[in-house]
Design a protein around this ligand. Structure first.
Ligand code: ADP
Length: 701
């Protein structure tokens, strides 16, 4: 929301410039082009225009000088013609002839020959003595400076303005020729007159001298310049000869009386000469008003011309008219602008090409940087496999990219090494934990064993005492029962069954007591140990239990694979095995299969003893009982069991450094394994802390 409040363009541009190398590089590349090129083009435009104006003004200035020279030569020609006339023999003869008619006729002929518009013969004082025109004699002409000079003996030629009466006085046709309707011209100075009646003339006077070089008369003549198209055409033809003005421009020349065109080749729209049109006020003020030369572009009649104007001064020193030359500007300015535009186009094209090239070049700089930046971002986001990759540029940025990739590779290697260490550490921790667990289990077993041996020791002490206490009364009962039977003799027949029951029960008491004593002090009952063959012991046990086995219809399998003998007391091992066989028989009341087997006990690849297995297919042992069956007095045979068989067996086997283990699966039978060494490792069971493991677990398979 807040974004909308900031000026978006400026903000985003400044932000992009500050954040993006690409934007900075682009700005660096484009700034000179975008700022420099327009500035350069502006300067070229200004300088081009100024140079162009200076050039065309210079040309029109030189054209004006040529026109000026030609105009001077025209005046000179009039002077020369008049001079030739003044020095001619014919004039001398006509003057000397005394015939005014002949003199006038001669003057008329001479006037026509010299191309003059008027011709007077004056006396040495400047009064008319002869003329082909209507002007009366004796008219005073010395108010004209040229005449004055001639009277003084000096030929003189100037430009003079004759007013309408004066012209008419000389010749009416002259006044008519001079008359010019003024055409209203835009931008010209206001003028109330509707026509120009004055005439602008080349006015010349030259003395006629006698042989003694004295001035005897003066010849005064002139050429009317009003409507003198021939003159301006000549000027134009000289200055602007074919081929001097390029590009279809056209040259013009004009003679002004005041500001009005009296002789010109400037054409109106209709193609007529623009006689009677007037110069602009600006030109008039500059040239006629201030007497300066105008060299500049000016609007002439209907178009812009590169123009040169200079004032025309009469014999009195007054600015009476203007001489003009000029040429149409449009083709020049068009050519100039065309050239400038071509130049601009070239500039712009070169700039664009330069910009494109520079951008391409710049891209080779910022592309790797952008890839570098993207890679850093990817790595930051957790992609550790991101790399800048191969970069074409071999400059510092290229080297930076390569170094960065190298850095990432090194980091990856370190990370992998750390990972490996971590895994190793985990593995070691797991191993140690397992070892610790094993040690704990062992400790647990040791603790259990210790508890049991302590318990056994206590029970042993107790039972030994109790057994002795019971043994004596039982012996007394047994002895007295025998005495009773002997005394009664046949009289005992009616209670024969009761006596038998008492015998049986006292025997049972004796058996229990004996077992208790064996349990409490096993060493006392043990005979010597010898190396015996497990197969032999198994065979002996089967002989002793055959009756029971057959009664229960139990199938017996024997599998003797052991090659090692075991070091143990024969009757003790028999007791243990018979106990196991009896338990198995009791577990299979409905019959089943008893498997007796032996195999070598291999430790560290070496046979160290034998395993003797007693397996049945009886009801098996409940999981919760499995850990308790070796406990003294633990029995599931209520009434008939003592719960001492397994604990005594356990104590016996452990004493030889062996062990008893069990695996069972309820409903599928149990398997007891007695493990004995070939060389017994005696321990002081049951009170000794050292023990042989008994292993307990569910039956495998
Ligand atoms: P008793 O046989 O007098 O009960 P034992 O110490 O020999 O004492 O056996 C303890 C208990 O172990 C038995 O009560 C019985 O529950 C269980 N047991 C021993 N051997 C087997 C066997 N082969 N099958 C099932 N249970 C057995």
């Amino acid at each position: 929301m807040g974004r909308g409040l900031t000026p978006p363009d400026v903000g985003s541009l400044a932000e992009r410039l500050s954040r993006s190398v690409r934007a900075k590089l682009l700005a660096m590349v484009l700034a000179p082009l975008l700022l420099g090129v327009p500035m350069l083009l502006g300067l070229v435009w200004l300088w081009g225009n100024e140079g162009y104006h200076r050039l065309v003004n210079y040309k029109v200035g030189s054209d004006l000088v040529t026109a000026h020279e030609y105009f001077a030569r025209m005046r000179q020609n009039v002077a020369v013609d008049l001079d030739a006339l003044a020095g001619s023999q014919r004039l001398a003869r006509a003057m000397a002839g005394g015939s005014p008619e002949a003199l006038r006729a001669y003057l008329e002929e001479a006037r026509q020959q010299a191309g003059l518009d008027f011709l007077f013969l004056l006396d040495a004082h400047g009064r008319i003595i002869a003329t082909p025109h209507a002007t009366g004699s004796h008219a005073e002409r010395t108010h004209w400076p040229v005449v004055n000079a001639a009277v003084a003996g000096e030929a003189s030629t100037a430009i003079d303005v004759f007013d309408a009466e004066h012209l008419a006085a000389i010749d009416r046709s002259l006044a008519r020729r001079a008359r010019l309707a003024l055409v209203p011209t835009p931008a010209a100075a206001p003028d109330t007159r509707s026509e120009e009646t004055r005439g602008l003339l080349i006015h010349s006077a030259t003395p006629v001298k006698d042989d003694a070089r004295r001035t005897t008369a003066v010849l005064e003549g002139g050429v009317l310049l009003n409507g003198n198209s021939e003159m301006v055409d000549r000027i134009n033809a000289i200055i602007y000869r074919d081929g001097t003005l390029p590009l279809g421009s056209k040259g013009t020349a004009t003679l002004f009386l005041g500001d009005a065109r009296i002789a010109t080749n400037v054409r109106l729209f209709a193609g007529d000469r623009a006689l009677g049109t007037r110069a602009s006020q600006a030109v008039r003020d500059h040239v006629l008003g201030e007497g300066k030369v105008w060299l500049d572009t000016a609007f002439v009649v209907n178009d812009y011309y590169v123009s040169g104007y200079e004032p025309v001064i009469d014999s009195f020193g007054n600015r009476v008219g203007m001489l003009y030359v000029g040429f149409l500007e449009a083709p020049f300015s068009d050519a100039m602008h065309g050239a400038l535009l071509t130049l601009f186009a070239v500039f712009v094209t070169v700039s664009i090409a330069g910009a494109v090239l520079s951008l391409n070049w710049a891209r080779s700089v910022f592309k790797p940087m952008e890839r570098l930046s993207a890679t850093i971002r990817q790595v930051g986001e957790g992609d550790h496999d991101a790399r800048v990759g191969a970069v074409t540029s071999r400059d510092e940025i290229g080297q930076l990219a390569a170094a960065f990739d190298q850095l990432l590779d090194n980091l990856a290697a370190r990370r992998m090494e750390l990972q490996r260490w971590g895994d190793e550490l985990d593995r070691k921790v797991a191993e140690r934990t397992r070892e610790l667990e094993a040690a704990n289990a062992t400790l647990d077993q040791a603790r259990q064993h210790l508890a049991m041996t302590e318990k056994l020791a206590a029970i042993g002490e107790l039972t030994a005492g109790v057994a002795h206490e019971i043994n004596n009364p039982v012996a007394v009962i047994q002895g007295n029962l025998d005495v009773l039977q002997e005394i009664l003799g046949p009289a005992a027949a009616p209670v024969k069954e009761e006596i038998r029951l008492i015998h049986e029960q006292t025997h049972r008491i004796w058996l229990i007591v004996t077992k208790l004593l064996q349990f409490a002090r096993p060493g006392e009952f043990a005979g010597y140990a010898e190396g015996i063959d497990p197969a032999q012991v198994i065979a002996d046990c089967l002989v002793l239990t055959r009756h029971n086995l057959e009664r229960r219809q139990i199938e017996v399998r024997v599998d003797n694979a052991a090659t090692c003998r075991v070091e143990v007391n024969t009757s003790e091992l028999q007791q243990v095995l018979i106990n196991l066989i009896v338990n198995a028989i009791q577990a299979m009341p409905e019959g089943g299969r008893l498997t007796l087997s032996s195999r070598d006990w291999i430790e560290d690849g070496q046979p160290v003893g034998a395993d003797i297995q007693v397996c049945d297919t009886g009801q098996g042992i409940a999981a919760e009982d499995l850990s308790r069956i070796f406990d003294p007095f633990f029995t599931t045979k209520k009434g008939s069991g003592t719960g001492l068989g397994l604990s005594i067996s356990y104590a016996i086997i452990e004493r030889y450094g062996g062990s008893i283990g069990v695996t069972s699966h309820p409903g599928e039978g149990a398997c007891f394994t007695v493990r004995l060494r070939s060389e017994a490792r005696y321990s002081d069971a049951p009170s000794a802390p050292g023990f042989a493991a008994r292993w307990i677990g569910p039956a495998k398979g």
